[in-house]
Design a protein around this ligand. Structure first.
Ligand code: ACM
Length: 640
C-alpha cells in the first residue's frame, strides 16, 4: 500500500515533465491528471479478449467497450482471463484515497491494456480514455479494414476535479425524443460528464407523465409548430393545430434512468416553478392566480410573452406563474415531487425558481392577504415563501432541492442548493451561507449562445466563444471549495430545432467545459486544448457528429476613431491563424491584404467587408461577410 502510494507520487512528479514531451502525440479530453508515455505501441491482436470481474457494473463497461471495438474494428471479441487478456478491467483495493470513486489507472504495455479502478465508474472512464488513445477510425460505426489498431504505451493516473460534471438539456422549448436523449447521453459520457439535468417543463411544454394529472401531457405537451426566430412569432390562432411536441411516459423515464445509470450518469429532473409555468396553467387553470385568464391561454409556440426591458424579473404579458398562495398548488407540487422522487434516484430535484414575473402577483388580492398574514415585505419574500414551502415538500421525500440563483432572493430555504447562472455572484453568496453550489454562469457555461460573429451564426441574443468558455474557473477566490460541487453547461433550446444543430451548439464548447470540470486547474492550457480540439473534430467527422468551427473564425472589433471614422480591428481565438480581408465586396483568400494588427479604416465607399482566416494555404472556419451598416451600428452601440 505504502509502496503503491509512493509509486503514485513518483508518477505524478515525473508526469509533469514527461507529458510535455508527449503533448503532440496524445489528445485526451479532458486532460488526465498524469500521463507517462513510453516508447512504442501495443497493437490489438486479430481476436480481442476482455477480462473483467463478474459484476453487473463491469458488464455495463464491457458492453460499451465491446460494441465500439466491434463496430469499428470488426474484430472478434470474447471473454478472456486476466493473465492473458488484451484488455483487463481490475479492481484495486486501497486505492480509494488516491483514485476516488471515479478515478482509474490505465496501463498499456507490450502485455496488453489494464484498467484498474477502485469502483466501476473508474473503469468506464478508463475505457473512454482508451478510445481516445486508439486511432481516430475507432469512431467508425462499421468495420474499417487496413487500420493498425495501435495504442501508445502509456501509464495514466486520472481522477476528476469535481463530482458534479453536468450538462443541462432543455427538452421543453423544443421536444427531443427518448432516442435523442440517449444519444445525448452517449455523446456526453465520451467526455466524462456524469450528470444530465433535464429541464422538463416550461412555458412551451410539460414533458413528463404525472399520474393523476393527465392534462399536463394531453394539453401541456403540445403547441403549434413554428420555425424561424423563436420569440418573435405571432400568437397562433385558436384553431391552429397543436400537434408539435411530445412527452416521456413514466416507463420512458425509467428506461432513460436505467440507460444513464449503465453509463454512470445520473439524471436530475427539473420542474420549473413558480414562473415558466404557462404549459401548467393552460393544463390546469386552477393553479393560476388568474384562472379565468389561464382558460384563454395556450401553450407557448414562440410568441412574445414577456417584457425584458427592465431586466430580470421580466414583466409578464400573460400570467405564466403558479399562485404562491393557493393550497391546491402545493398539493399539486407534492404529487409531482413524490413521483419525481420515485422515478429519479438522484438525490437532487431541481425546482427552477428563475425569472418569475411578479406583476400579476402584485395585483392579486390573495397574494396581498398572504403578505399581511406572513409578514412578507415584498415580492422577493413572497417567492421565498413559495420556495421554502416547496423545499419542505422535497426534503420530506428524502431529497434535496436545488434551484436557480433567484431562490436566494428574499431568503434561501434551509437545505436548498443553488445553481448560479447570473454570473458567479449567486454561487458566492450561497457558499458564504454554507449552501451547496453548482456553477453554471452565462459568462462561461451558456452553450445556447452564439459561438462566433452574429453576422455568421444563427441569431441568439448573446455570444460565448470557445476560448471564453475555457476560462471558466468554478471556484471563485475567497470561496471555500467544499461548497462548490462542480459545474454545468446549459443548453436552452428556444433556437434549437433539431438534433444536428443541437450537436453544433454543444461541441466543441462541451469539450472545454468537460476539461474545466474534470481536469486539475493547473493542467489546463488553452493552446494545448485547442490543438486537441482539432484532433477531436477529426473524430467527430468520422462519427458523423456535427460541431462548430467558430473557433477558427475572425473576431471583429468595431469602434469609432476620435475623428468619427469607422475603425475596425481583428483578432483570433487561435494564435496560428492569418486573417485576410477585403473592403471591395469580393471574397478574400491568402493573396488578399493580410491583417497585420492595428486599426483599419474601411474607405467611405465600402459597403461590405469580408474577412477570413487561413493557416498557411488552408482556409479555416467561416468567412465573415458584414455590411458597413452593421459595423457602424456596432461601433455606435459601444459608444453609447
Ligand atoms: C435561466 O437561464 N433562466 C436559468
Amino acid at each position: 500500500m505504502n509502496l503503491f502510494r509512493s509509486g503514485i507520487t513518483l508518477l505524478l512528479c515525473l508526469s509533469s515533465i514527461i507529458s510535455i514531451a508527449n503533448d503532440t502525440t496524445l489528445a485526451i479530453i479532458p486532460e488526465p491528471l498524469s500521463v507517462i508515455q513510453g516508447k512504442g505501441s501495443y497493437i490489438l491482436p486479430a481476436a480481442i479478449t476482455i477480462a473483467a470481474p463478474a459484476t453487473e457494473e463491469a458488464g455495463w463497461v464491457v458492453s460499451t467497450l465491446k460494441s465500439q471495438l466491434a463496430n469499428a474494428t470488426g474484430k472478434n471479441i470474447s471473454a478472456g482471463t486476466a493473465a492473458s487478456a488484451t484488455i483487463t478491467l481490475q479492481t484495486v483495493s486501497g486505492e480509494a484515497a488516491t483514485l476516488g470513486t471515479e478515478g482509474y489507472r490505465l496501463s498499456v504495455n507490450a502485455k496488453g491494456i489494464v484498467i484498474s479502478a477502485a469502483s466501476p465508474a473508474g473503469w468506464f472512464y478508463g475505457v473512454q480514455t482508451l478510445f481516445q488513445l486508439l486511432p481516430k477510425e475507432i469512431e467508425n460505426k462499421t468495420p474499417k479494414k487496413n487500420i493498425t489498431w495501435k495504442v501508445p504505451y502509456v501509464t495514466i493516473m486520472d481522477k476528476p476535479r469535481f463530482g458534479w460534471r453536468g450538462l443541462m438539456f432543455d427538452v421543453s422549448r423544443h421536444f427531443f425524443t427518448k432516442q435523442e436523449v440517449k444519444q445525448f447521453i452517449d455523446d456526453m459520457v465520451r467526455y466524462k460528464y456524469n450528470l444530465l439535468h433535464l429541464h422538463l417543463t416550461d412555458d412551451e411544454g410539460w414533458r413528463i407523465e404525472i399520474k393523476g394529472f393527465p392534462r399536463l401531457t394531453t394539453v401541456g405537451a403540445w403547441n403549434v409548430k413554428k420555425e424561424g426566430y423563436f420569440g418573435t412569432f405571432p400568437t397562433p390562432a385558436p384553431n391552429e393545430p397543436k400537434n408539435y411536441g411530445g412527452f416521456y411516459t413514466q416507463d420512458d423515464i425509467r428506461e432513460l434512468v436505467k440507460y444513464a445509470k449503465e453509463r454512470f450518469v445520473n439524471i436530475m429532473p427539473e420542474v420549473d416553478v413558480p414562473g415558466h409555468s404557462l404549459a401548467t396553467v393552460v393544463s390546469y387553470p386552477e393553479l393560476s392566480g388568474t384562472p379565468d385568464m389561464a382558460k384563454q391561454y395556450q401553450v407557448r409556440s414562440g410568441e412574445e410573452i414577456m417584457d425584458w426591458s427592465h431586466g430580470n424579473p421580466p414583466t409578464a404579458m400573460v400570467n405564466n406563474t403558479l399562485s404562491p398562495v393557493k393550497e391546491n398548488v402545493y398539493q399539486f407540487l407534492d404529487q409531482v415531487i413524490t413521483q419525481l422522487a420515485d422515478l429519479f434516484p438522484f438525490p437532487y430535484i431541481h425546482l427552477g425558481g428563475d425569472e418569475c414575473p411578479k406583476n400579476f402577483w402584485e395585483k392579486d388580492p390573495e397574494v396581498q392577504a398572504l403578505m399581511k398574514k406572513e409578514g412578507l415585505k415584498n415580492m422577493d419574500e413572497v417567492q421565498s415563501y413559495f420556495e421554502k414551502r416547496v423545499e419542505k415538500l422535497v426534503s420530506a421525500k428524502g431529497k434535496k432541492m436545488i434551484g436557480w440563483d433567484e431562490i436566494l432572493h428574499g431568503g434561501l430555504a434551509p437545505g436548498a442548493a443553488v445553481m448560479s447562472w447570473q454570473g458567479m455572484k449567486g454561487g458566492i453568496e450561497a457558499a458564504r451561507q454554507k449552501h451547496e453550489v453548482v456553477m453554471t454562469p452565462t459568462t462561461f457555461a451558456y452553450i445556447d449562445y452564439m459561438q462566433g460573429d452574429a453576422a455568421t451564426e444563427p441569431h441568439v441574443y448573446s455570444t460565448l466563444r470557445l476560448k471564453k468558455s475555457y476560462e471558466f474557473e468554478p471556484v471563485p477566490t475567497g470561496v471555500s471549495a467544499e461548497y462548490i460541487k462542480g459545474g454545468q453547461g446549459n443548453l436552452w433550446t428556444e433556437q434549437i430545432y433539431n438534433y444536428r444543430y443541437l450537436q453544433y451548439m454543444v461541441w466543441p464548447r462541451a469539450f472545454s467545459l468537460a476539461e474545466t470540470f474534470w481536469t486539475a486547474a493547473d493542467k489546463k492550457n488553452w493552446n494545448r486544448f485547442a490543438q486537441k480540439t482539432e484532433a477531436h473534430m477529426e473524430r467527430y467527422d468520422i462519427a458523423e457528429k456535427k460541431y462548430a468551427t467558430s473557433m477558427f473564425d475572425p473576431i471583429i472589433i468595431t469602434t469609432k476613431a476620435t475623428d468619427g471614422r469607422l475603425q475596425v480591428q481583428f483578432d483570433t481565438e487561435l494564435n496560428d491563424l492569418q486573417l485576410y480581408y477585403s473592403f471591395d465586396n469580393t471574397f478574400p483568400d491568402y493573396f488578399y491584404p493580410a491583417y497585420k494588427g492595428g486599426a483599419l479604416y474601411p474607405p467611405a465607399e465600402c459597403f461590405m467587408m469580408r474577412v477570413v482566416a487561413y493557416r498557411g494555404k488552408q482556409k479555416m472556419g467561416n468567412m465573415i461577410t458584414i455590411t458597413r451598416e452593421e459595423l457602424e451600428k456596432r461601433a455606435n452601440k459601444k459608444g453609447e
